[in-house]
Design a binder for this molecule. Sequence first.
Ligand code: DSN
Length: 416
Amino acid sequence: MNYPNIQAEDLAVYEIIKREEQRQKEGIELIASENYVSKAVLEAMGSVLTNKYSEGYPGKRYYGGNEIIDQAETLAINRAKELFNAEHVNVQPLSGSPANLAVYMGLLNPGDKVLGFSLDQGGHLSHGHPLNFSGKLYTIIPYFAKKETEIIDMDEVEEIALREKPKMILAGFSAYSRDLDWKRFRIIADKVGAFLFADIAHIAGLIAGKQLENPVPICDVVSTTTHKTLRGPRGAMIMCKEKFASAIDKAVFPGVQGGPHDHINAAKAIAYGEALKPEFAEYSKQVIKNARALASALQNRGYRIVSGGTDNHLMLVDLFGSKQITGKEAEKTLEHVGISINKNMIPFDPRKPMDPSGIRLGTPALTTRGAKEKDMETVADLLDSALIHRTDENNLAEIGHQVKEFSLNFPVPGIE
Ligand code: DSN
């Protein structure tokens, strides 16, 4: 992508794009929620479909001229249905939080009780943070990982559900590295007459790639962002059983949003089409292999991985517990050498969210660039060296060169 028109018309923006291209190309991306989209997805996002208003749904719009837009949205819906075996799909949510807001609005009344995974153990803001709509409008009851194993204790989930009788059980996770027992969640929800809502934002691509169990046929409603492991444009979608279709559609529009972003919906259709190809299953498999290889390379260097490992694309490292380095210090040091990660709370963290004990690492982005298990050894070495030499500017400069040299072996789609 060369952006000749931006270059001619607005040099300030052109230079920002070029600097960000360079950062992406020369750096190691380990943020578990990030990825690199294909050139086709990038092109759709820059297309003239952005010029249209299309409030409503295919065949029932509040604006004229939507015959072609209807085709784009229907294509995205049909591909998503095929990918996830979904009865009903709404592809209009602009991002994860609005999607989740629409699910709450569609199924609950303000004040209703929701059981959600504790935020400081790996839940998401929209699963009950006190300053988020979820925490302000609904009564959130948290469930936790077990202290000894750092794995969700389904018996405890059942115990809390039987005691609290929530209207909805939310199985959704932003920093949880273990397999989820969807069927047990279903059994528990049925026992207490609760809706079962899964937020699969992090693992959607691994489900689409058939590496993890698909919760869509098991749950009442499932939301996901489209830009993480699923490798589509920034955005989200909601999948649900047909009986909830009307409630969910009304909650998205006019409940939460106005006009859909049609250029993004076309990009979603492209990404879903890519995810339906056999290469995407290979990609998903490699993401998990790489995550396991990275976790074990770090363990070999003395880092404690929360719960002892990973079943998906991410891991939490208990840095403070194993190396007496805080998450904040690590994030800053690693950014300095071109390695992007984020600080993260770990289960039962004695420290605070702005400077927690942990960091979260993920392999979706590096895997898109073609990295394999053996490359995870190099990544672990570079990360470890940077943290060891975190106060030594000369050493950090040298490690920064090595990060760049390593990264340039792996092309980023859309960046020459
Ligand atoms: N910001 C996302 C993440 O990093 O997990 C969640 O929305």
